[in-house]
Design a protein around this ligand. Structure first.
Ligand SMILES: *Cc1c(COP(=O)(O)O)cnc(C)c1O
Length: 462
């Protein structure tokens, strides 16, 4: 299995290289050269299997000879062993033919644990045998950072620096990043918004001297390994509702387009998915783009679903790459235009996107109302991100086809918004009940490339 860049000019890499590299050197994102498919029988055989067994079958064709079967099984077992639910990704029913896929039973209570826990294990294994050490730098709107710090804390071969927008993450998110005591993990509070953090991260990767000097590696949602890990729960959930003999649809609360893109990969692999619905908050650039209004950046408006507060949705580049017939030069052109403010999608590419993705958005009021309604009608307490999914799914779903809405975080990660909507303050699961008593450790930094480079080099040499 070989990996190519969406901008067409970076070296072709193996799975191991693509995973350890993150962003391609031409600024693009790595994608598999071809998508392997699973037969109907292979999918049917997943019925009744453990999450770990399904994970092995789904991901194995993508990893080439990076790990032996035995190693890979062991990494998967370690990755999900810390989850608080033995089914890993259990489902509950919200309404007739509407299901909620609970992706928040990992150590930091958001779906990002699914990918990050596995990436942590894979990095450790791959780097350990090469005797190498890397510096992981990530940008987060809250959940990626906590998941990364949790996954890499105390591992021997990595230092981790997480950039988050100062004052714009929830207290639980912040504390999950600032309370681990291991000295190989660092939370950096940047004076800016999430797009600033993401832009500085890209700057660091495009500064080859710095990149090579500190052996920079990326685990943001652009990392192919992360997308891959997320493909698994599309299979496990669809199969438990009758796939491959019965079609299902998915609605996905979307920000950086990683999670929904994993659903597209599942469909490419042969999973019968009827609709893939992108659900956005008031930062609805993706919804507008998919409705034919082009991709034009505005400002980011802080919302009660902060993990979806973005204007530059980095994984969307992968979707565009396929929609443009895998024309790297065309993608490079679009991304250059995005640097100047935005781009229009060609008619052919828009049609290709609309054949795969549907979309909708939820305002702040609609999000709160959905949290309140769902508690009343289904006795489920939703986090604001998941509520956006439920709202959009309710609008768009075909009653004859099971709809699976992804619940991307635990309500206790966003207690203020949930309490404001319902009067109920969700409690943390007992295994992390002391989070508010632990000491915090963080560094404030300007939204400035040089300041960040100096800070990171200083901490590495400390
Ligand atoms: C990251 C995140 C999202 C958005 O996922 P993408 O893969 O970036 O589209 C949605 N909800 C929560 C809770 C998240 O942490």
């Amino acid at each position: 299995m070989r990996y190519i860049s969406t901008r067409g000019t970076a070296p072709v890499l193996s799975f191991e290289e693509a995973m350890l590299t993150g962003l391609a050197r031409d600024g693009g994102l790595y994608v598999p050269e071809t998508i392997p498919t699973l037969s109907k029988d292979q999918i049917a055989a997943m019925a009744g299997q453990s999450y770990e067994e399904v994970a092995f079958t789904v991901m194995r064709p993508f990893i080439g000879d990076t790990f032996t079967d035995e190693e890979f099984r062991e990494l998967i077992a370690k990755a999900y062993g810390s989850f608080g639910h033995v089914a890993r990704a259990p489902m509950v029913q919200l309404a007739p033919n509407h299901f909620l896929l609970e992706l928040f039973h990992g150590p930091t209570l958001a779906f990002k644990d699914f990918a990050m826990q596995l990436i942590g294990q894979m990095f450790q294994k791959a780097l350990g045998r090469k005797g190498e050490r890397v510096t992981i730098v990530g940008a987060t709107s809250g959940d990626t950072g906590s998941a990364a710090i949790e996954a890499f804390r105390g591992l021997d071969n990595v230092d981790v620096f997480i950039l988050y927008p100062h004052g714009r993450v929830s207290e639980v998110q912040r504390r999950q990043m600032t309370t681990p005591t291991e000295l190989n993990v660092h939370a950096l509070a940047v004076d800016g918004d999430f797009d600033d953090c993401q832009a500085r991260l890209k700057d660091m990767f495009n500064d080859f001297e710095f990149r090579d000097g500190v052996k920079l590696a990326g685990v943001n949602s652009i990392n192919w390994g992360r997308v891959l890990a997320q493909v698994v729960y599309y299979f496990s959930s669809a199969v438990s509702l009758g796939a491959p003999d019965r079609e299902v649809s998915f609605t996905v609360p979307t920000g950086n387009f990683g999670d929904i893109f994993a659903g597209y990969i599942a469909r490419q692999m042969g999973l019968p998915i009827a609709d893939l619905v992108v659900a956005t908050n008031q930062n609805d650039i993706l919804d507008r783009c998919l409705k034919g209004q082009g991709y034009h950046k505005g400002g980011v408006h802080a919302s009660i679903s902060p993990s979806m507060d973005i204007q530059v949705s980095s994984n969307f580049e992968r979707a565009l790459f396929d929609a443009y017939g895998r024309d790297g030069a065309a993608i490079k052109q679009l991304m250059d235009e995005l640097g100047q403010g935005g781009f229009d999608v060609s008619q052919g590419a828009l049609q290709a996107l609309q054949e795969i993705y549907h979309s909708g958005r939820a305002s702040e009021e609609e999000t709160s109302a959905t949290i309140a309604d769902t508690l009343k009608t289904s006795a489920e307490l939703l986090c604001p991100h998941s509520a956006i999914g439920v709202k959009v799914a309710n609008e768009q779903r075909d009653p004859a086809i099971p709809m699976i809405t992804l619940a991307t975080a635990h309500p206790a990660k966003f207690p203020d918004a949930v309490e404001a909507a319902t009067g109920v303050r969700p409690g943390l699961p007992p295994r992390m009940a002391d989070l508010f008593d632990r000491d915090e450790r963080l560094t404030r930094v300007d939204n400035d490339l040089d300041a960040l480079k100096t800070l990171i080099k200083g901490k590495l040499n400390a």
